[in-house]
Write a protein of this length. Sequence first.
Length: 756
Amino acid sequence: MPGLLRRCPCRCEGCEGAGWESCGLLPQGAERVRCGCCCRGLLLDNSLSFAERTGVRGLKKYVFREKEVDRETIASLTTLSNGFISVRGDPEFLETQQGMFVAGVYGYTPVFYRELVNIPRAHALYLEIEGVPLAPSDVTYTLDTREGSLEIDALLDSPLGLVEYSSKRFVHRRLQGLLGLKIRLRSLTASGKLCVKAPIELEFSNPSVPDGVRVKLYRVLRAESRGTSSVEVESNDGKYRLSIASTVSAPPGLELRDYTTRSQAGQVFCTDIGPGDTLDIERFASVAFTREETEKLLDVAKSTGFDALLTQHREEWGREWESMSLKVEGDEELSDALFFNTFHLLQVYNPNSEVFMLPARGLHGYGYRGHVFWDTEIYAFPFYLFFKPDAARKILEFRCCTLQAVLENARRNGYRGAQYPWESADDGFEATPRFVPLDPAGREGVRIFTGDLEHHITADVAYAVDLYYRYTGDKDFFSRCGLRMLVETARFWASRAEWDEDRRAYVIRNVIGPDEYHVGVDNNFYTNVMAKHNLELAVRYCREAQLDPELGKVLSELEVGESEVGMWYEIASKLLIPCSRDGLCEQFDGYFRLKDYKLPAGNVGEKGLPREILQEIQSTQLVKQADVVAGLFLLREKFPVSVHRANYEYYLPRTTHASSLSLPMYAAEAFYLGEFDEGYEMLKKAALADLRNVYGNAQDGFHVGSAGGVWMAILFGLLRIDDLGSWMQGSSRAFGRVRLFFSISIRGKRYSVSIA
């Protein structure tokens, strides 16, 4: 026992004098022994370290215990994906309502239009002794970001004794659609007939509204088990067809029996066990668009074996981390958060796909129904631009391939050009529900206006097109897609803006800005400055294109003439930007006449607000998230520092940060203004959004925008990558004792960066 205690990574005083049980040691091998204080309270006690160093470039293992964190939250945080399939961290031995996700596979729903389909689960493993299911008494999850794997350890109880359970799973980084699982069962005190069932479970559905209502988004076309379990399903609209297959290895000498029921197609084997007996099992599952592909994947898996496949998978992740060269010194908690977030940002990208749909909650849960928002282009995009330029291009390829639908969106709403949907599913049409029912009959509900009025998303996409072209020089994409997107989005804004004779300016009425507390406002600052920028980009690139034969052809195809370009210039130059002489910018017309209310420093969220303020929040100057500050930071070179500072100081105490997108943007602006201590505190809170469950909804999926926004703040706020001639000027800007090291890519060249 003393030897085990000496290997405890925290070496806390409590361990030195405590016994095994009171210390909570988990005896799964020396290198994995941890004391309870290392595992305890990951989301509850900020004073505890929740990541274990692996000794490889600072990469970490993240340990979660069900005694302190609810299972649904853990399942979200321990999701594994390769950008094609996604598997939440639910234990394979427990029933769950969560199957798997396949990127880009959506089905029709009556309220939310289209959402990610919750498809059958193919990796379940159910255990019984003498017909009685084993029940977990303690479950520990270990997410290993070094190799992209999840280990689940548990004690399983039954009337006939205890069984120790240990499993490791991965979603193969290179073999698209393959999931591997290895299980070890060891009887501690149990005796009797143990049966192991390995089914593909057929009955999964998506949660809907009101609470408790569920909708199945696929139909089963075929389900059978003949040596291999195999299922074919089709999305409820007939757009997608998937093949799912699985297999399990029975120990030598045991008979593996196939079975098929209405809800399962699987295999089962049974054996007698007694105390000390050990059983090793390998299980593989595959998902593809054809049966031939799934069978081929399973053949490869069975012939290669779990260990060799895991080695391949680990090597792929090793190359990912080697490319980033990420290192954080001086703050272990920030280091934990950055590695955790970076892992999840990397794993949702599928390099084999032609497009990259990046939902606001990744492929980790039902949050926002798998829809794509502005989070992608404004907050997550910079991460991929500098660390994975191919992924950044494929984000824009998705916006390009849906352009015809986006043109139709504008036409339906009475505008010209391209109007990107506030919420996008797979087809590019508006996916925001207009009305969400609160009762089964639909008599009561909530009207949702964002899909009708939150138009800045169109300028946000154009912003990302420019960012990508400037930092990659990818003319192929620009001539094929980028210039078209800039032209059509400019046409939208030209038809959206109106001339106001009294103000002698163009105005944009009846919108919602990033601050969604205030609906149907006129001249929202963020919307107007981003629309102006969109128009200016189109003017500049169209005039440059006139000198380029290849790009000139694009202008001819789009019938862009000088008169239209001149009109864009006229609108952009006269579009109302509501800032006073002292530099303070009004968030929208009449904002300064609203009831003023200031929040205490460090406030995050709405929990501390008085009820009367919450009930009339739309009548106050409270802001949900960075709005004016967001517009200023994104277009920082267009405004003097005095304007940045005046608005940062005014809006910060009036912002609730109730959106996870707020803190990263304020942190970026703080860094830009040299407020490094304040920026650092906001950056750290943003980085911990999921690990600390800051917003209380981590169970719904990973906060892609917040995680990406942290990198945006580092890259553009702290490092100040603003143009190709001076991208390293900010490298000496530091906050406190923390040092950051990483590698980025600009126009095909790799640069090592240190912020120290």
